[in-house]
Design a protein around this ligand. Structure first.
Ligand SMILES: [Zn+2]
Length: 101
């Protein structure tokens, strides 16, 4: 993925709308590209900040950190992969079961 493509995905990433494959590519790029990460940080802080102020207008202190968002996306992707692996394993087991029956 290049910087141009990654930047087009910022809003979808912030709104959790990337497909698992896109998310994987996106995280790969952003975690290795300081420029995109910095820009994403700004986008995320502004977007999330406005959202939080909208929902909780009396909030005095807002804590927004792109590293938290990236880490939770990483975790989500890892558990998604695990679930996919589990499904495939079960499918393989079922197939073996059918063959040997
Ligand atoms: Zn980049």
């Amino acid at each position: 993925m290049n910087c141009k493509k990654s930047r087009k995905m910022f809003m979808d990433f912030i709104n959790d709308k990337l497909s698992p494959d896109d998310l994987e590519e996106f995280l790969d790029h952003v975690n290795n590209c300081d420029e995109c990460k910095q820009e994403l940080d700004i986008y995320y802080t502004v977007t999330k900040g406005m959202q939080l102020l909208d929902e909780h207008p009396d909030t005095k202190k807002i804590y927004i950190n792109i590293d938290d968002k990236l880490a939770s996306a990483d975790e989500w992707l890892a558990s998604y992969r695990l679930r996919k692996m589990e499904k495939i394993s079960i499918l393989i087991l079922l197939c073996l079961f059918m063959i040997f029956l």
